[in-house]
Design a protein around this ligand. Structure first.
Ligand code: HEM
Length: 209
């Protein structure tokens, strides 16, 4: 993959990952100008749910980059992983902000009460907090400072965050909704691929020894 192609691909990916945010801005601008918006009768709840869905999907996409790279034998895919991960963090931060700002009107005591009382908020909050060190160490300079081994060990936290995100969805969903199960299925496939690939690599190494 040439450098200029990669640059174009990064730009396209950036636009694609910005679309949910731009769509949301557009819906709110419709609302503010008194026009019909797709956010329905409860735009605050719809916004928070939309951001929750987008967060989890982008987070799972960031986890899918390495398996896709291995399956399709496209090493350059690694160069897109950081952007996807940072977008996941961006959407999760917006999701938290929309809840904290529009639902709780920036009341820290209400947020702390919710974290202590509602299991799904506790799980979501831990999932968010775990992503903060990953976002802070996402630069090349931090990778060099920590060293590849420590850096990649730290970045395994993204799996725990994704598990917590799916659990958060299960705990908040009422009744037997397909959404949490669907995301759980995707997470399971990603884990299964990781286990299969590292077992295959080990067997290959043992044969060579
Ligand atoms: C890893 C972090 C997180 C992920 C992946 C995530 C994902 C999700 C998903 C998928 C939904 C369901 C959307 C739907 O119903 O279609 C949701 C709902 C929700 N999340 Fe999160 N979330 C995270 C963190 C948080 C945090 C930190 C908070 C607040 C402190 C939060 C508050 C909520 C609320 C209030 C709802 C909607 C509940 C309702 O409408 O009944 N989430 N989230």
């Amino acid at each position: 993959m040439s450098k200029s192609r990669l640059r174009w691909l990064k730009l396209l990916l950036f636009i694609a990952l910005s679309l949910p945010f731009l769509w949301l801005l557009w819906q709110w601008s419709l609302l503010f100008t008194g026009k019909i918006s797709s956010l329905g009768a409860n735009p605050i709840e719809a916004t928070n749910r939309f951001l929750g869905d987008t967060s989890l999907r982008v987070l799972l996409l960031s986890l899918a980059v390495t398996p896709l790279r291995q399956m399709l034998r496209m090493p350059w895919l690694t160069k897109l992983r950081r952007m996807v991960g940072l977008f996941a963090f961006f959407y999760i931060s917006l999701h938290l902000l929309s809840y904290f700002g529009m639902d709780l009107l920036f009341s820290l005591s209400a947020l702390l009460k919710d974290i202590a009382k509602r299991t799904y908020i506790t799980l979501g909050m831990i999932g968010f907090v775990l992503l903060i060190p990953l976002a802070l160490t996402s630069t090349k300079a931090m990778l060099r400072r920590l060293g590849p081994k420590r850096w990649s060990r730290l970045h395994k936290l993204v799996y725990i965050s994704a598990i917590l995100g799916v659990l958060h969805y299960f705990f908040m969903a009422k009744g037997n909704q397909p959404g949490p199960w669907l995301h759980f299925g995707v997470l399971l496939v990603l884990f299964a691929w990781r286990i299969y690939f590292s077992a295959k690599k080990r067997i290959g190494q043992l044969k060579r020894e």
